[in-house]
Design a protein around this ligand. Sequence first.
Ligand SMILES: [Fe+2]
Length: 548
Amino acid sequence: MSESEHTLPEITKECASSGFGISRDAAVRIQEQGNSNLFLEELLSSLDSDCNMISVSDVADFVESAELTQDSDGEDEPQSKNNGDMRTVFDRGSGLKAQTINSSASTEGKVYTLGSEPVSGTEAREKWPEMFDTTLCDEITHTISRDDAERDFSITGDITGDSKTTGTVEDFNKLFRNRYKRVSEILENKMPGNIPIEQLTARRGGKDVPFTGIVNRQWTSQNNNAMLELEDTTGSIPIVFTDERMSDILNKVTTDEIVGVLGQLSDDGNIVFGNQIFFPDIPPMRSPNTTNRSVKAVLLSDLHFGGVDFAAKEWKSFVNWISTSDEAKEIEYILIAGDLVEGIGVYPGQEDELGVIDIYDQYVLCAEALKQIPSDIDIITIMGNHDTVRLAEPQPVLKDKFKEPFGDNVTFAGNPSMVNIEGVKFQLYHGMSINPFTDRVPGLDIHEPTGAMELMLEKRHLAPMYGQNVRLAPEPEDYLVIEEVPDVLHTGHVHTFGMNKYNGVMMVNTGCWQYQTDFQRKLNVEPDVGYAPVMNLETFEFDIKKFN
Ligand SMILES: [Fe+2]
């Protein structure tokens, strides 16, 4: 089976990861398509969020209405060399995809038809007394106080209020051109002298030539050699790698990322024999920025207020600790990497696991819970896939009516955002690309999420793979490029705790505050619950608190 075709379990898994169930007959119908990978990606993008189970008729309707143009290039045949424009990348967007994304953007993502008009915390508590009683602390006495005189933070790289996409194919073209320009400039520092692909034909004669491009396709040849097709703004060319010692680095290559290649052009000029691959990467042995005073931040993620599996005992223990412990005196910031609430309609059968089935009231519950944290701590949160914003990345912040119940000490930012706290740069990203990274790259596992986070830094991109469970809004600027090297990369999403350092950048995935859901049980996800890593921004020391 070629790489572009899924097995039935893979189809089921991919549907589940996108929040849909699927009947076996429908999965078979998808598998019958010539390029089931692309077909499934397009189908999932086209479905309404209130579709719980994909049926055969859904697939048939999609085939009929979409008139999907399948890739007829053949799996093992390299494409002709020079397209003369970004046509291959350009075409991958297709009118169908553009239409879907546009629709998503215009409705700001998931529907929340169960959402009510804004109500007060008291009214919400009367509606859901059991969930409010179990989630919130009975009485909190704040025994320590903090000075905010030296506090200073700013947020950059946030799409909120700056979305320019109209969902057209031209927007996809601009997005990929922007990605290519910015990441290839980083690569230029590492491998100078790159030449445009269209000029490769003038470099025949056995000498290695350097060039960069977006990975347009990757496959295995009939001779079992790894193949890539790289494309820049001038053309595209296939590359064959015959040295088995390169298999480790080739395993890390993903579609749609920007890489550099050093290789020799064949005598007929139709193919390059690749000898080396370069990732843009971050500089080695980099020293992080630090604050000039002793101040601490707590890194959290995936709170999921409103679900019956919310880890109330652990949360209350955390709130009591941060309100009363001398250890917490220097904590002046809390960063949250998204998924404030459980949300509604995120995956099949989720309604059975909701304690609060009104999306607005879920945010009221979250706001009430965050108000029990001392108000002299600044809380900065980005959005996740369970939050009520568009699913396609980059994600803007919540609409005002959802933010209104929160205290003044809570600052909302889009996903991703760079949060600069007194000179220390935190790259916050919810982490939806961790799943496709771990699915695709051998040796990676969501239970050790820093492996995928290291690849983000190496590729200088938070989510390079277009499609594959990461939905992308075609903004003319690529907000997911890691242009500025952060001091800390802080993610969540997979609900597992992980911490590691890569070239001086601290990577932290902060676990969650939700016990294992039935949905996670089916996917063998073992969540790490109740972790609160505390970072000293002056010393870069971490104290990992685990609440029970
Ligand atoms: Fe989550």
